[in-house]
Design a protein around this ligand. Sequence first.
Ligand code: G3P
Ligand code: MG
Length: 238
Amino acid sequence: MRYPRIIAHRCGGALAPENTLAGLRVAARLRCRGVEFDAMLGADGIPVLMHDETLERTTLACGPVANRASTELVRLDAGARHHPAFAGEAVPTLAEALRLCAALDLWANVEIKPAPGLERETGRAVARAARGVDKLVLSSFSIDALREAAAAAEELPRALLVDSLADDWGRMLSEVAAGALHIDAKRASADRLQAALDAGVPVACYTVNRRDESERLFAMGATAVFTDRPDLWTPSEM
Ligand code: G3P
Ligand code: MG
C-alpha cells in the first residue's frame, strides 16, 4: 500500500468546504496526490460525504444525517458556512467523490463514519461503493465497520484508525485484516511508531497543520500526515 506523504484532510482541508467536490478540486490544484474524506449513510443507505452525525455545522440544514435520504442530502448547501464564495456547493455522494478522484488522479482515503448503531451497514455500503477503485484505502475507528467492509470487498486495502497505539495494535489489525494504522499525531510516540514500521505497517498521522510538527513525525518515521493546510507544502514534497 503506497501512501502519499501529505494527505488533504476532509478533501481540501481548511482551503475549501470540508467533504465537498470543491475541496477535491482545490487539493488537485495544489498538486496534492492524496485526499481523505468521511463517508456516512443517508436514510436510503447511500453513502454521502459527511463528518458529523448532524447537519448544522457544515450545511444550512439541521438534524441527523441518518434521517434524510441521499437524494435530499445532495440538495443541501455544504459550502456557504465555509465561505459565501462556496455557496451552493453540494453534499456529494461517495460515488461522485470517487469518480472525481479518479478523474483528478487523486489517491483517496475513505474514512467510514457510521452513525451509532449503523456500523455494519455503513462498512458494507462504503466498501461496495468503493469496489473497483484503484489508489484507495478504507479506514475507520469502528472495528465492526471495517470487518463488514472486509467481508463485502476483501480486496480493498484497509487501515485501522485509533487515537493512540495500544499494546495490542497487532491483534486489532489482524482482527480486521487491515494493513495500516492511522493515529492521532498528538499521541504518536517514536517507539510505538517504530514497532509498527518495523512490522512493515505504514503509519499515517492526523491532523497536522504545521510544518515543524510534520517534520517531527517524519523524523520518527511516519509514512504520511493528514492536514487541513496542504498549501504549506510544495508539490514535490507531497
Ligand atoms: O482519517 C483521519 C481523520 O480524519 C480522523 O478524524 O474526526 O477528522 O474524521 P476526523
Ligand atoms: Mg476523517
